[in-house]
Design a protein around this ligand. Structure first.
Ligand code: ZN
Length: 468
């Protein structure tokens, strides 16, 4: 029988909770783990869904993909930003390479696969699908088959940043249920060598419920009514995993459970633009009366050298002569200016004056290549305990509320992986040293397909951690 590879993706699943705290309540995962290899999977800089999954599946870094997060600059104008989707991915993903080797794939919900592309196999697009009125499958007729056999497919929870927690929870379960039903329908009815599903509900539930779970969160209250919501959802996912494994022959199928990054409590936010104003690097035409996103404010560009943007990490932009429309930093001083700014940002302290473990990354030094337009600096505050907040209007560089709606979790640099390989029963060895870019070459190796030499990761087979 031909070999197969099955990947179950749990977006944002944190290894320190899944493996260390919840594993006894996840019997299916535990049984795979006992025979497999597992551990932390280091994510990309930045550790964000877009582009992390595509880095995993192309084995290229964000610079090589030219995708630095959800929002990217399309040009050097001040407001030229766009949301990245699958159309930006020009590097071949693992299913493209498999297709060339006559191997068939099934993909359901893999981030940044919207809009759908032709593959050798079947695809249901990801959470970036605007609605199921758009083409969300390949081939297009697959939509009718899903609607007839499963019902309405739900690409993502619609409004996950709301205070109505019960409403979010109901939506998460509905979306997860239909996603796994769809995946199993394809596993049963289509030919495949490689099959992969990514569930976003894990990410959504962390962002909505983390403060109810994690005692290290500043807003955690012991015994609150939502305390077990996240572990119970993982139990539900473990059952979906069990139902899915019933459809595969575990004597011939390698199974991976992976995430693109982890999760941790959010301590607070650094208001990066407030800080830049105080440093004299950013000038507004008028300071707002309420907390207002920077994109909605009038910046006095003739008096501005730097501006920034919010999110799990800060994107820092320099206003450079000859590059931006009203540039203020002479082009020949760019590198020196940026190096000094990097140092200043890395020295931002918390409100009590304690040092934070912040790193401001220089794109050209971080990535193998730098395609499209990267931010000038990519800042990760205090190992992601703090996030970057872009809004202005509170006269302080610190906030303890998120500016884009309730959000209790930050991402963590380490995601998780588990590999069960029928040829090589490993009795549950933990190895935390693997990188997300190792996944694509591992899949190819397990399916006896040559690994392109420009893939950055190393196959776990090649590293002698498993046998092909
Ligand atoms: Zn993610």
């Amino acid at each position: 029988m031909a070999k197969k590879v099955l990947i179950i993706g749990w977006d944002c699943a944190p290894p320190d909770w899944v493996f260390d705290k919840w594993i006894d309540n996840l019997p299916t995962l535990k049984s795979l783990l006992k025979k497999g290899l597992y551990g932390n999977l280091r994510s990309t800089i930045p550790p964000i869904t877009v582009p992390a999954w595509q880095c995993m599946l192309t084995s290229k870094d964000p610079g090589q993909l030219g995708v630095y997060g959800f929002r990217n600059r399309k040009d050097y104008s001040y407001d030229g930003q766009y949301f990245s989707n699958g159309a930006d991915i020009l590097e071949p993903a693992v299913w493209d390479i498999l297709g060339k080797n006559n191997k068939k794939s099934i993909l359901v919900g893999v981030p940044q696969t919207y809009p759908p592309r032709e593959i050798n196999g079947h695809m249901v697009t990801c959470f970036l699908t605007p609605s199921i009125k758009s083409q969300y499958t390949y081939p297009n007729e697959l939509r009718d088959e899903i609607e007839k056999n499963i019902g309405e497919y739900i690409p993502d929870v619609k409004h996950f940043r709301t205070e109505d927690r019960d409403f979010i929870l109901k939506q998460i379960y509905e979306a997860t249920k239909t996603r796994f039903q769809t995946f199993r329908h394809l596993l049963k009815n289509k030919e495949w060598d490689f099959a992969m599903i990514v569930e976003m509900g894990t990410d959504r539930i962390h962002h909505s419920f983390w403060k109810f779970l994690d005692p290290s969160h500043p807003k955690y209250e012991k015994g609150n009514k939502y305390e077990n919501v996240i572990p119970e959802y993982y139990k539900y996912l473990d059952n979906e995993l069990a139902e899915t494994l019933k459809l595969v022959d575990l004597n011939e199928t390698s199974v991976m459970v992976v995430s693109d990054h982890g999760a941790k409590a959010m301590v607070g936010g650094i208001c990066i633009n407030e800080w830049l104003i105080k440093e004299g690097l950013l000038t507004l035409k008028e300071y707002p009366k309420t907390f207002t996103p920077i994109e909605k404010l009038q910046i006095d560009w003739a008096k501005t050298k730097v501006w920034g943007s919010g999110g799990y990490y800060a994107r820092i932009f320099l206003n450079v002569q000859g590059r931006e429309p009203n540039g203020q930093i002479p082009a020949n001083e760019y590198k020196k200016f940026r190096a000094e700014l990097k140092e200043k940002i890395e020295n931002i302290k918390d409100e009590q004056g304690r040092k934070l473990a912040t790193i401001a990354y220089i794109p050209e030094e971080t990535y193998k290549d730098v395609k499209r337009i990267p931010p000038d600096l990519i800042v990760i505050f205090d190992e992601l305990r703090w996030r970057s907040v872009g809004s202005v209007g509170i006269n302080s560089a610190y906030t303890y509320e998120n500016d884009t709606g309730p959000d209790d979790a930050n991402h963590a640099q380490e995601g998780m992986y588990l590999l069960y390989n029928p040829k090589h029963i490993l009795s549950g060895k933990r190895n935390d040293k693997q990188h997300l870019m190792d996944i694509a070459p591992t899949v190819l190796d397990l399916l006896d397909v040559n690994i392109p030499s420009d893939m950055q990761g190393k196959s776990l087979v090649e590293k002698n951690l498993v046998t092909q």
